[in-house]
Design a protein around this ligand. Structure first.
Ligand code: 2AM
Ligand code: CA
Length: 264
C-alpha cells in the first residue's frame, strides 16, 4: 500500500514552492508558444514547473506513475499515479497573471488519495484527502445548498466550446443558460470545480477536460459534498482522452441538470 501521508506532505511542499516561483514569473514574448493555435498556449513556465514536480516525485517515489500535460506519461511499477497540471488556465497566466492554478491529484489502484489545487495569485490552497473532507487554506469548505434552477450560478471554462460550437447538447445548454441565475467563465477547469466545492458556484459544464485538468479538483469537489459525471451521465473516467463534465453542488442538482440537458 502506498504511503499517502508521505506523498501528501511532498505534494504540499512542492505546490507551495512552485506557486512562489510562478508568482515571481514575468513572461517575456519569446516564452509564450502556440501549441495548436492562438487559443492553445504553452509557456516555458508550464514546462519548467512540470519538470520540477516530475523530478522531485520520481526521486522520492520511483515506482509511481506521472501523468502531466506537457510531457509523455512516466509509467511506474504499481505505485501511486500522479496527475499534474503545472498551470491550469495558461491563457489567464499569460493575459491576466491571475486566475490560474497548479493542480496535483494522486490515486492508487483506481482510488483517490488526495487532491491539491493552488489558486496561485490568491495563494489559496484547496485540498482534500480521501474521506477527510475538503478545505481551503486549512478551513473546511462545503458546497452550496441551492437546488432550484433560478438560484444556480453556472460556470463553464470554455465559452466557445460550450455555447458556440455545434454539439448534441448545445441548444439545451443555451436554454439552461437562460434559466439559471447567472453564467460565469473563469477559464480554469480546476479552479471552477473548486468554486463549486466552496459554494461559490452551483453547476459546472465543460465540453473538454483532460485527466490532469480535473483529477485533483474532482476529489476536492466530492469531499465537499458535490457530484460529477460526463455530459452523458456516465462516471468520469480516471484516465483517457479529453472528456465532457457535468458537475454540481449535489447529486440531486447534477441529476436535475442531466435531465434538463437530455430533454427529460
Ligand atoms: P489549460 O489551461 O491547462 O490548457 C480553458 O478553457 C480550460 O480548459 C483550462 O482549464 C484549460 O486547461 C482547459 N483546456 C484547454 N485546452 C484543452 C484541451 N484541448 N482539452 C482539454 N482541456 C483543455
Ligand atoms: Ca495546463
Amino acid at each position: 500500500m502506498a504511503n499517502p501521508a508521505a506523498r501528501y506532505a511532498l505534494a504540499q511542499q512542492l505546490i507551495g514552492q512552485a506557486g512562489r516561483a510562478l508568482r515571481l514569473a514575468r513572461l517575456e514574448a519569446g516564452e509564450i508558444l502556440q501549441k495548436t493555435g492562438p487559443q492553445d498556449l504553452v509557456t516555458v513556465y508550464d514546462r519548467r514547473t512540470e519538470q520540477f514536480f516530475r523530478q522531485a516525485i520520481q526521486a522520492a517515489f520511483p515506482g509511481d506513475s506521472i501523468v502531466g500535460e506537457e510531457y509523455p506519461q512516466a509509467a511506474g511499477d504499481g505505485g501511486a499515479v500522479w496527475y499534474i497540471d503545472p498551470i491550469d488556465g495558461t491563457t489567464n497566466f499569460v493575459n491576466q497573471h491571475r486566475n490560474y492554478a497548479i493542480s496535483v491529484g494522486c490515486y492508487q489502484g483506481g482510488q483517490p488519495l488526495f487532491g491539491l489545487v493552488l489558486d496561485v495569485e490568491r495563494d489559496a490552497l484547496f485540498s482534500a484527502q480521501a474521506g477527510g473532507g475538503a478545505a481551503c487554506n486549512g478551513s473546511p469548505i462545503r458546497v452550496s445548498g441551492r437546488r432550484q434552477l433560478p438560484e444556480l450560478l453556472l460556470t463553464t471554462p470554455g465559452v466557445p466550446y460550450t455555447f458556440l460550437r455545434g454539439h448534441a447538447q448545445q441548444q439545451a445548454l443555451i436554454r439552461l443558460a437562460g434559466q439559471v441565475r447567472a453564467v460565469r467563465s473563469m477559464g480554469s477547469v480546476a479552479l471552477e470545480l473548486c468554486q463549486v466545492a466552496a459554494g461559490e458556484a452551483d453547476l459546472f459544464v465543460a465540453m473538454r477536460s483532460s485527466p490532469w485538468d480535473h483529477n485533483a479538483a474532482r476529489i476536492i469537489l466530492q469531499e465537499a459534498g458535490g457530484a460529477l459525471c460526463t455530459m452523458q451521465g456516465q462516471p468520469l473516467p480516471q484516465d483517457g482522452p479529453s472528456t465532457t463534465i457535468l458537475a454540481a453542488n449535489s447529486l440531486q442538482t447534477m441529476q436535475m441538470a442531466a435531465a434538463f440537458l437530455h430533454g427529460a
